[in-house]
Design a protein around this ligand. Structure first.
Ligand code: FDP
Length: 286
């Protein structure tokens, strides 16, 4: 079954989400299933994407970071099961910085393993709205205007020579071997860039080469990012673009979440940097 209808629906919804942001910057009373405060924009983006994706013939289930359980509708032969982070990095709405939408398309009911991904995409709400899609071994980047996509690059690959790095978590909370690893790659003359929104940080890595991650930290070995909604789809995009992903020990795509909202350390970037990270973790306590 083609994933094109999913990409089309995400591009159309992405334009509407972008237009709706200005008036939805206030916090709601509710929290999401991970205990984080929701902005009006989080709720709007989730409602819109859920509605648009579930009305497609190919999509029978929708799960999102903003909902406790999986939403089901209709039946289809070989259906698609869609995971969504409707507004990734939404705390950047307060400071007017970049945000995104992340979508994973699976051929198994959610929670589903990385091996069940058949496609993934993200929309970046930056100075312009762009969308990056990964399927059948190819990554493409488009400009999105009024829901229409114009191809910017039909074969996006991660640049071979890395330039940037960026990691989440407070530095004093990093585990010693992880801190040593960061010091080690800094000596390779990489530049620190951290946007505070995974979509923006990953797009930076795909634009310049480098590594982005949210590590395990003191008192929170599972890190912050959600495996189903963020780690697996973004791992799929970066690996399809010729890069690598890891949870610190193995490719994210080898992981299988036990529950929808499970968190995991997440790293994506150039293969040699990811390999060095796994070696540093294997050597010590990180
Ligand atoms: P946010 O909480 O603003 O939604 O998904 C969580 C996320 O953003 C990621 O997009 C981002 O990479 C990370 O958290 C940022 O966390 P810090 O604020 O701890 O840096």
């Amino acid at each position: 079954m083609s994933v094109e209808p999913v990409f089309e629906a995400v591009a159309a919804a992405g334009s509407e989400i972008r237009d709706a942001l200005a008036e939805r910057r206030s916090y709601e009373e509710e929290q999401n299933p991970s205990g984080e405060r929701q902005l009006a924009a989080d709720v709007y983006a989730d409602d819109l994407l859920g509605e648009r994706l579930l009305e497609l013939d190919s999509v029978t289930t929708y799960a999102s970071e903003e909902r406790e359980t999986v939403e089901r509708r209709g039946t289809a032969a070989d259906p698609h099961h869609v995971s969504c982070d409707p507004l990734d990095g939404s705390s950047n709405l307060t400071s007017n910085n970049a945000m995104g939408t992340i979508v994973g398309v699976y051929d198994q009911p959610l929670p589903a393993p990385g091996s069940a991904l058949v496609a993934a995409c993200y929309v970046l709400y930056g100075p312009v709205t762009t969308m990056v899609t990964a399927r059948d071994g190819t990554v493409a980047e488009c400009l999105v205007e009024n829901g229409d996509r114009t191809v910017l690059n039909d074969n996006l690959t991660i640049p071979e020579d890395p330039v940037t790095y960026g990691f989440g978590g407070r530095i004093p909370d990093w585990l010693p071997d992880f801190a040593d690893y960061v010091e080690d790659i800094e000596s390779d003359r990489l530049k620190l860039r951290y946007a505070g929104a995974m979509v923006a940080d990953v797009n930076q890595v795909l634009s310049y080469g480098g590594i982005f991650g949210y590590p395990m930290v003191q008192g929170r070995p599972e890190g912050k990012l959600r495996l189903q909604f963020e780690g697996l789809p973004m791992g799929y995009v970066v690996e399809t673009a010729g890069g690598a992903s890891t949870d610190g020990t193995r490719s994210l795509l080898k992981r299988s979440p036990d529950s929808l909202h499970e968190r995991s350390p997440v790293f994506v970037g150039n293969d040699p940097l990811v390999e060095r990270l796994e070696m540093a973790m294997a050597d010590g306590d990180a």
